[in-house]
Design a protein around this ligand. Structure first.
Ligand code: FE2
Length: 400
């Protein structure tokens, strides 16, 4: 049973990728033993074997450090750390110094209400329809692929100020972080009940081969649709873990997250209606909620414009999709790579769109019985095998 599989933006590995990753790690370590780690030249001799494809990734280190509750502090108790503000100069300084910043009043109370209403309705409908991503023994629900699930989500992801009053400020900051013409990478909702929410420590760009460039490739916006605190299931952060004063990265191939983070993890305090903007090199983890009730959030990830293929291969081959071999489909991006390219958190083949999960509502229960693609995925099968999970109606594999 795997009740703590990664949800959210943590790099996700299935068994096949995990084995591949371990093999690559062994090859990498062998190569490192044989050479100076700072150079691939040995005794002035150029290497002759190509090892560029075997670079390590930071991924997620399953060390359990985020479970040591007694060692977790609170960001609000450290006055040098970012505090919620609308002052752009302060937000920029905070982001550079600590790897994150907090935007206060990023949503008005009525804007929060609109997002919460749609998120709760969609999530309840997904549970009732048997297509929900519920983990952590029923205490955590992940609502992936928000774009088809409501106009209010589309507007939030597009940084529309009618949905989030602080969106223009967010857009200005994201352009400064990622360059103009950045892309949307992920938009999902997150619901955490008492006892749920914990994740292992990771970087959101943990699937990028190391060493990383000296700037973030991604930036995550965590929209607080309910208050964030240690008891309420706030994200844990390791402030300043993204870079050194000279701009060098602090996470390397041999970084031990436990040693690095010991005694320094803090729960991210922020009021409802605010949002956090994270540098994707910052080490962080989902935090456990111990209070009754729910912690509601939307996590929206943006990436640099260059993080994509040169030609829009999926769009231009759409009319001839029946002529594409499985190998060519993989090459042009139909299947996922780590946690990249997923649909509903799965490797659903977009060339066979039977019934994608769209906007569901408790007011339209007649839509719940549809034969959604998700019902036939390996992930749904795994979820359905959890003995507490009554929210997944797995219907067997689809024929290839
Ligand atoms: Fe993350």
């Amino acid at each position: 049973m795997s009740t703590h599989r990664p949800v959210s933006t943590a790099p996700h590995l299935d068994m096949e990728h995990e084995i591949a990753e371990l093999r690559a790690e062994i090859a990498y370590l062998r190569a490192r033993l044989a050479q100076n780690p700072n150079s691939d030249m040995k005794d002035g001799e150029w290497p002759t074997e190509i090892t560029y494809g075997q670079q390590m990734r930071s991924l997620t280190q399953f060390a359990g450090i985020s479970k040591d509750r007694e060692a977790i502090g609170r960001t609000s108790e450290h006055h040098e750390l970012p505090q919620p503000t609308r002052d752009q100069a302060q937000l920029e300084a905070d982001f550079i110094r600590w790897g994150y910043c907090l935007v206060v009043d990023a949503m008005t109370p009525s804007q929060v209400d609109a997002l919460v209403e749609r998120l709760l309705d969609q999530s309840e409908a997904e549970r009732t329809a048997g297509v929900a991503h519920v983990t952590h023994e029923g205490t955590t629900q992940f609502v992936p692929n928000l774009l088809p699930k409501g106009q209010v989500f589309r507007d939030l992801a597009a940084l529309d100020e009618h949905t989030a009053a602080g969106a223009p400020l967010l857009e200005t900051l994201l352009c400064k972080i990622l360059g103009n013409d950045f892309y949307l990478a992920t938009a999902h909702g997150s619901i955490v009940h008492q006892g749920g929410g914990i994740q292992e420590l990771h970087q959101d760009q943990g699937f990028v081969p190391l060493p990383h460039p000296p700037y973030p490739l991604y930036s995550l916006v965590i929209w607080a649709l309910s208050p964030f605190s240690l008891e309420e299931g706030a994200t844990y952060v390791l402030p300043g873990s993204h870079r050194a004063p000279d701009g060098a990265n602090l996470v390397h191939a041999d970084t031990d997250f436990v040693e690095f983070a010991k005694g320094k993890l803090l729960a991210l305090d922020m009021p409802v209606g605010s949002c956090a903007i994270l540098d994707s090199r910052l080490l962080h983890a989902g935090g456990e909620r111990t209070a009754p009730g729910m912690r509601l959030a939307s996590r929206i990830l943006y990436c640099r414009g260059m993080m994509r293929q040169q030609e829009n291969l999926i769009a231009c081959t759409d009319p001839i999709v029946d002529q594409l071999s499985p190998k060519l489909k993989r090459l042009i991006g139909y299947y996922s790579h780590y946690s990249l390219g997923m649909i509903e958190g799965n490797r659903i083949d977009p060339a066979k769109p039977k019934v994608p999960i769209g906007e569901l509502s408790m007011s339209r229960p007649e839509e719940f019985e549809q034969d959604f693609d998700f019902r036939h995925t390996k992930f749904a099968e795994e979820l359905a095998q959890d003995d507490w999970n009554v929210w997944v109606d797995y219907r067997g594999p689809n024929e290839e």
